[in-house]
Design a protein around this ligand. Structure first.
Ligand SMILES: [Zn+2]
Length: 211
């Protein structure tokens, strides 16, 4: 991706959310600090956040796959390319058919409706931008290794990422970005035995200026 300068670093503790703005042309590096950690990613056109959002469904439409990686784009709801994928240690192992985990999901699947969850994390993260829970698009779940079995059931393996692995995205429009380090840690349920490998861990965001 050539020479770059880190202009902002944001630490995202395990089980929490953070948000930032990224200008068109800047790079967003999402780092899986300890490895095997899912990072839910949402984004909004900074100038019209309710009119254009990151869209995994449109990404599937235009890429004709569910394993977008280097050389393709994450698309917006317009639809048009919102991020160009410049580097990807996960080699396309990301999920974009699952909604953010939520209190009702934990209640239904684990009996613990008070569990930290990505939906609440993302909601808190975007509140300073005047956005709320009803504005959240479904995320692209970076590093989440879900797949569909031959019988139609969904299943998940641990992410393929190791410590320090990352994805680097070039913003193609000015965006508000929010992420959540997925708190899923309920290994005894049928779904998501290994969603976050050995357990939730932190992430780090770097915003970079190209040289
Ligand atoms: Zn989650």
């Amino acid at each position: 991706m050539g020479d770059t300068t880190v202009v902002e670093t944001i630490h995202v503790p395990a089980r929490e959310g953070r948000a930032c703005t990224v200008r068109a042309g800047q790079l967003l590096k999402v780092i899986d600090v300890e490895g095997q950690q899912v990072v839910d990613l949402i984004a909004f056109n900074a100038d019209a956040p309710r009119e254009e959002k990151l869209s995994g469904a449109h990404t599937a439409n235009f890429n004709l796959d569910v394993r977008a990686s280097v050389g393709s784009y994450f698309w917006s709801s317009q639809p048009r390319p919102m991020f160009e994928i410049l580097e990807d240690d996960a080699k396309g192992v990301h999920d974009y058919f699952y909604a953010a985990c939520s209190a009702p999901q934990y209640e239904a699947q684990t009996g613990d409706g008070d569990h930290p969850n990505c939906r609440d994390n993302l909601t808190r993260a975007v509140e300073p931008f005047g956005l709320g829970v009803l504005d959240l698009p479904n995320p692209i779940n970076l590093f989440q290794n879900t797949f569909i079995r031959a019988d139609g059931k969904v299943d998940a393996d641990a992410p393929v990422t190791g410590p320090g692995d990352s994805i680097v995205l070039r913003a193609l429009v000015d965006v508000i970005v929010a992420v959540s380090t997925c708190p899923w840690d309920s290994p005894d349920t049928d779904f998501g035995r290994a969603i976050n490998g050995p357990g939730p861990s932190p992430a780090r965001l770097e915003i970079l200026d190209p040289a």
